[in-house]
Design a protein around this ligand. Structure first.
Ligand code: ATP
Ligand code: MG
Length: 451
């Protein structure tokens, strides 16, 4: 018997229990899809999907704990111990509308027919409880050759569900595989159908490319195919250019500095994702102010969009500061102002990103040393900033109002921010009396000026 080597043995145990229970009742049951593929490729398997001849109502009746997760597509989640298995009835899909997921499914009797509806040969292999493989479309051979090939005629399969084109690019990128020639030709012919796919699904695939182990491979395929010209969400001016939205893809890998920036992508951790996105967007020429609208249009969660924008803004502002100041003291103050204004996270992320950019850059040795020293200095400044929020100050706005004996207004916010930066820069101690003295001096100065 062939053992699973890429799966948590406890999960295998429970999964086999599900199969066994179904077989005992006279149904057919197999492991299918990503888990079989990943096991064959020696990649870690995180979940195991099961296909069966049992109908959803049978599955619900047989197992104690079930969730009807996708009952209209024949999927029931079976909970076993601490594990969850998606159990899907053998089916074929029909009536694709608008080049998207099918509107209706039809249950079928044989696993081979179920495999026929799957997208790529490597994803259309079933594995029985003894480890024997059912591989009617040559998935194992394609995995060995590193080839992404559609089950059936590629053009038809892409016409049915246009997302498959992006999935092909994603798998090629993540696995380092090649798209089959026939697949690529079909993709070029029908790529405009991607317009029908919801942005969430497009974004999910793109995320796997950008955050995966070979982002440049996927980006190069996207550029070559021009697929991204056909997505729903408009690209903002900064990226798209006035002429046509194609600039996003054509710009990729075009100029040298961009190539260097992009080369750093794979050096960066995938989490938090703002690290890689900020680099990619900047390499494409996106300005800080355009990041949030762009990412929201692409259905990114606010947090990811905001974190990404903060890193880009930090980078832009810091590049300005370095161009304008050469002395250490004023430069350090600029750093502190930036860190307090854009946040500690943004400056920490920027430092991490910059280390990767430096590592990937091809610089003359002398310049590399200088750049490293600058980065080390910035890192030290980053660590020296102890306060980032008004709430961390030893005095409050109320204390200042009492001292001033005048009504609050915009002046108060300004003054508090000045206090925060002075404390953050280490110019005043974060001590109540010291702060009050500073405020007093500042106020009498201001009164003098208004007299
Ligand atoms: P991963 O989970 O690693 O991203 P996966 O292959 O498991 O990859 P899923 O989206 O989990 O991808 O889908 C599970 C299986 O369902 C696939 O292996 C494939 O057989 C089938 N499948 C998924 N999406 C499609 C699609 N758009 N068209 C046809 N078959 C699909
Ligand atoms: Mg999966």
């Amino acid at each position: 018997m062939n053992r699973w080597t890429q799966v948590d043995p406890l999960m295998v145990n429970q999964g086999e229990k599900v199969l066994h229970t179904l077989l005992e009742r006279g149904f057919q049951a197999f492991f299918v899809g990503g888990c079989v593929r990943d096991e064959l490729m020696g990649r870690p398997v995180h979940d195991m999907d099961i296909a069966t001849s049992a109908k959803p109502e049978d599955v619900i009746a047989i197992f104690e704990r079930t969730v009807p997760t996708g009952i209209e597509h024949g999927t029931v989640t079976v909970l076993m111990d601490a594990y969850a298995f998606e159990v899907t009835t053998f089916r074929k899909e029909s009536q694709y509308e608008d080049h998207r997921r099918p509107t209706s499914v039809e249950f079928v009797d044989a696993v081979a027919e179920d495999l026929l509806r799957r997208d790529f040969t490597m994803n259309a292999i079933a594995r029985d409880i003894h480890g024997a493989l059912i591989d009617p479309y040559g998935g194992q051979g394609d995995i060995k050759r590193g080839l992404i090939r559609c089950v059936g005629a590629a053009e038809e399969r892409f016409e049915e569900d246009a997302l498959r084109m992006l999935r092909a690019v994603r798998f090629a990128s993540v696995f380092g595989f090649r798209p089959a020639k026939s697949l690529w030709r079909a993709l070029l012919r029908v790529k405009d159908k991607l317009t029908y796919i919801a942005m969430e699904r497009v974004r999910a695939e793109l995320e796997k490319v950008v955050l995966g182990p070979r982002p440049l491979r996927g980006l190069a395929l996207l550029e070559r195919s021009g697929l991204l010209r056909h997505v729903k969400a408009a690209l903002p001016e900064a990226v798209a250019g006035d002429a046509e939205p194609a600039r996003l893809t054509r710009q990729l890998l075009a100029a040298e500095p961009r190539r260097e920036l992009l080369a750093a992508l794979a050096e960066l951790p995938a989490e938090p994702q703002a690290l890689r996105w900020s680099l990619l967007l900047q390499a494409l020429g996106t300005a800080g102010e355009d990041v949030i609208p762009l990412m929201k249009g692409w259905t990114f969660p606010n947090k990811a969009a905001e974190e990404t924008a903060a890193i880009v803004r930090f980078d832009e502002a810091w590049a300005r500061a370095e161009a304008e100041e050469s002395d250490e003291a004023p430069l350090r103050r600029r750093w502190v102002v930036l860190q307090v204004t854009l946040g500690q996270a943004a400056s920490a992320f920027w430092l991490r990103r910059q280390a990767a950019v430096l590592a990937a850059a091809s610089l003359p040795e002398a310049q590399r040393i200088t750049e490293r020293e600058r980065l080390a200095l910035a890192r030290r400044w980053h660590g020296e900033v102890r306060v980032h929020a008004l709430s961390e100050l030893a005095i409050s706005g109320k204390d200042v109002l009492e001292l001033a004996g005048k009504k609050g207004g915009p002046w108060l916010g300004e003054l508090m921010k000045r206090l925060l930066i002075s404390v953050a820069a280490g110019e005043i101690h974060n001590d109540k009396q010291a702060l009050l003295n500073y405020v007093k001096a500042g106020l009498s100065e201001a009164w003098k000026q208004t007299d």
